[in-house]
Unconditional design. Structure first.
Lengths: 110, 121
């Protein structure tokens, strides 16, 4: 059971928009910054979003992040088949004194 | 260019010890936290431990404290993860990752390719 809750899967058609939610509590998302990671099958995770809504250099602006209260959301617009991957949210949990992740969401582009 | 080069795949028996490594390059190794994340087969990411090579300060996830030991040799820019007695449940991919801490923000900005550890009798 992950500390952060994500839907196991989401799907959408090419060109459409999808959002992935990440729900936590006041000890983690509510008082700390959220990051998002993209992981293709058989490869290492990659930083996609940090500080709730910032993109590292090289990440397209089709990817966006937001946070409200104890929840965060990853948005992907103009979906491409190459976006099919698992997406994880992460943050610091002040009560656990630990970095925590969501269980991951598998994106399928139909 | 920041790179984290991990040691190769390992196949071990239950009860054996193991130390895997991660060599950092392209940045000042002693100025950033570096750590390990476990991914069991077909499962999600779990943070295990981090170390600050500058002073060897360590932090462990409550789930992994006492199960593994993180260390670093700053003279060769290398971090390690050590088990004294492996279990079958330690079978997983282990990722080395740099933890960026700026004020109150924390995120893993660079990742190694992973070290697959298989524990089987």
């Amino acid at each position: 059971q992950s500390v952060l809750t994500q839907p196991p899967s989401v799907s959408a058609a090419p060109g459409q928009k999808v959002t992935i939610s990440c729900s936590g509590s006041s000890s983690n998302i509510g008082n700390n910054y959220v990051s998002w990671y993209q992981q293709f099958p058989g490869t290492a995770p990659k930083l996609l979003i940090y500080d709730n809504d910032k993109r590292p250099s090289g990440i397209p602006d089709r990817f966006s992040g937001s946070k409200s209260g104890t929840s965060a959301t990853l948005g992907i617009t103009g979906l491409q088949t190459g976006d099919e991957a698992a997406y994880y949210c992460g943050t610091w949990d002040s009560s656990l004194s630990a970095m925590v992740f969501g269980g991951g969401t598998k994106l399928t582009v139909l | 260019e920041v790179q984290l080069e991990q040691s190769g795949a390992e196949v071990k028996k239950p009860g054996e010890s193991l130390k895997i490594s991660c060599k950092g390059s392209g940045y000042i190794f002693t100025s950033y936290w570096i750590g390990w994340v476990r991914q069991m087969p077909d499962k999600g990411l779990e943070w295990m431990a981090i170390i600050y090579p500058g002073d060897s300060d360590t932090r462990y996830s409550p789930s992994f404290r006492g199960q593994v030991t993180i260390s670093a040799d700053k003279s060769i820019n290398t971090a390690y993860l050590h088990w004294t007695s492996l279990k079958a449940s330690d079978t997983a991919m282990y990722y080395c990752t740099r933890l960026r801490i700026v004020g109150t923000t924390r995120y893993f900005d660079y990742w190694g390719l992973g070290t697959l550890v298989t524990v089987s009798s």
